[in-house]
Design a protein. Structure first.
Ligand code: PEP
Length: 252
């Protein structure tokens, strides 16, 4: 079964609206000859409508970096899935390690966020990954098992059609360290078998599993060449359209 790779850029808390529009337009121009790879960028909430307008007639997709699970109400500072959808986004990143680490997001909160994303018609990108300490203590698989099981527990298969999983070892995010290809291969194979155990073989074969953590033009080909890696979630290197395009075109 063929899975179209997704290369997603997480712009974190970088770029003002005009800066985001400039990079998005530059990237869209560079992507005009890209085929068989889906490209998504996730700027800040504030930039979503601006970037949506600037990439409207291109193949670049838009995503948000987070959402709040309630539909509306007195939740100062929060943004709902419907608002993100109305701003023009197709994807939403959920459970990024920075959200878990700095904002105390738990697996049960992640579950509620995924649910509200699906209800709003957004495609959730569920981020999971072990910390350096958990890796040293050989707890990687236990941690991933819990994050996936608790984040997705109770969903019916029909609800998870658009789910994307992103394996991002926390110790590799923004550090310049990448997991070696053998380790990425082992973890992605594990995740695919976990999806089969929790849901079905067909589901595990059609669900995209991205790798994230210091992906750069120099290592993209090796990482993307791993059979069970279906694309990348890229932070730092996605901020520059010229760098990002060299990751997107890893096969060239
Ligand atoms: C990320 O933020 O999801 C990420 C992988 O960041 P970086 O590529 O900078 O490590």
């Amino acid at each position: 079964m063929s899975r179209i790779p997704l290369i997603a850029g997480n712009w974190k808390m970088y770029k003002t609206g005009p800066e985001a529009v400039e990079t998005a337009m530059e990237l869209a121009g560079l992507c005009s000859d890209v085929r068989d790879v889906e490209v998504m960028i996730a700027p800040t909430y504030l930039s979503l409508p601006l970037v949506a307008a600037s990439i409207k007639d291109t193949d670049v997709k838009l995503g948000a970096q987070n959402l709040y699970f309630e539909k509306q109400g007195a939740f100062t500072g929060e943004v709902s899935a419907d608002m993100i959808k109305a701003a023009g986004a197709e994807y939403v990143i959920i459970g990024h390690s920075e959200r878990r680490q700095y904002f105390g997001e738990t697996d049960s909160l992640v579950f509620k966020k995924i649910k509200s994303a699906i209800e709003a018609g957004l495609k959730p990108v569920l981020c999971i990954g072990e910390t350096g300490k958990q890796k040293d203590e050989e707890k990687t698989f236990t941690v991933l098992d819990k994050q996936v099981s608790d984040g997705l527990k109770g969903f019916g298969l029909d609800e998870l059609d658009d789910l994307v999983l992103a394996y991002e070892p926390v110790w590799a995010i923004g550090t310049g360290k990448t997991a070696d290809t053998g380790q990425v291969n082992e973890v992605h194979q594990y995740l695919r078998s976990l999806l089969e155990k929790l849901f079905s073989k067909d589901f595990s074969h059609r669900t995209r599993i991205l790798y994230g953590g210091s992906v750069k033009p120099e290592n993209a080909k090796d990482l993307m060449g791993i059979e069970d890696v279906d694309g990348a979630l890229v932070g730092g290197a996605s901020l520059d359209a010229n760098k990002f395009i060299n990751i997107i075109k890893y096969n060239k």
